[in-house]
Design a protein around this ligand. Structure first.
Ligand SMILES: [Zn+2]
Ligand SMILES: [Zn+2]
Length: 310
């Protein structure tokens, strides 16, 4: 290790070292996330018409996208898929053939695209089954591929949607915009002049892996099942990484990685935070926990494979 004198973040070297076995996954998926962000910025605007959000239903837990007709995403979805699916196929050559099937299907079968949009936008399980059967692919593979293409679409309309409802009041585990489960929790300082007492341990914020939205959540509650019994909520820290945790729940056996940023002052890319915490996934999965949000790299068993190999 080179002697670089003073370090902005003393934990950085240790983190770099623990990530070493996962470098290839991080590099590959980093390419995909970068491509998705570029695609999102380049998409044509989505016409939401005179969309009205039912505030009571929203505050009752219905995400903003549930008020949107899935069809409005059709043009941008096709544009996004043609930009990100080829990259996904390069990252996973084994998926290239399946992705080519989906691309061909999307090009010539408009009703199939509608089914896919209902599946990915509104979580319609029946539509997913039907669309998978029509394309002769597995529902899991189809959903993962759809999410990769849909992410840039919903991310691009996120500002328009959040302007229509009091999103700052949302305190649920899932994303207020697209309804996805969080991929990482972050402990942050949000000092506000109006808040006389600032919580010393920081506020807990969730990050959405699909639309990249961030929202506040309650501490000491399982984001997977709502369990609040502190006896069955576990916080695991890894050696050498005292500011990185795994929040695990003994009731539902699910986990969420967490980064404590309260004493960190360097810039953190929230959209890369979960990917850069893949070592936490490996540690949690080797202890028998399953992720609340199966990221592509954990869903494909990469973290597990690496954990066994190392
Ligand atoms: Zn979201
Ligand atoms: Zn739980």
């Amino acid at each position: 290790m080179s002697n670089t004198g003073k370090q902005a973040n003393p934990g950085q070297d240790a983190t770099t070292k623990v990530l070493e076995p996962f470098r290839e996954i991080i590099d590959r998926f980093g390419l995909l996330l970068k491509r998705q962000a570029e695609e999102s910025a380049a998409l044509a605007p989505v016409d939401l018409g005179g969309l009205v959000i039912g505030e009571e239903a929203f505050l009752g837990g219905e995400p903003l996208v549930s008020f949107v007709d899935a069809e409005v995403f059709a043009p941008v979805f096709k544009q996004s898929a043609s930009g990100v699916w080829p990259v996904l196929g390069v990252i996973f050559p084994a998926l290239a053939e399946g992705l080519a099937t989906l691309t061909a299907k999307a090009d010539k079968d408009r009703t199939w695209v509608s089914l896919c949009l209902r599946a990915v936008v509104h979580g319609d399980a029946e539509a997913l089954e039907q669309a998978a059967a029509k394309a002769a692919v597995s529902p899991d593979f189809l959903l993962m591929s759809l999410r990769v293409a849909y992410g840039p679409c919903i991310a691009s309309v996120r500002p328009a949607l959040t302007a229509l409802a009091p999103v700052e009041l949302w305190r649920r585990a899932h994303c207020p915009v697209c309804g996805a489960d969080p991929d990482i929790a972050l402990l942050e300082n949000h000092p506000e002049p109006s808040e006389f007492l600032v919580s010393k341990g920081g506020e807990l914020w969730h990050h959405c892996p699909v639309c990249t939205h961030r929202w506040r959540f309650m501490r000491l509650v399982c984001a997977g099942c709502g369990n609040q019994d502190h006896e069955t909520l576990t916080r695991l820290a890894l050696p050498d990484s005292p500011r990185e945790y795994i929040y695990a729940c003994e009731s539902c056996k699910q986990y969420l990685p967490c980064l404590d940023l309260v004493e960190r002052f360097d810039a953190v890319d929230f959209d890369l935070a979960a990917l850069n915490s893949v070592h936490l996934d490996a540690a949690a999965q080797s202890r028998g926990y399953t992720p609340i949000s199966p990221a592509p790299w954990t869903a494909m068993g990469f973290a597990e494979t690496q954990a066994k190999a190392s």
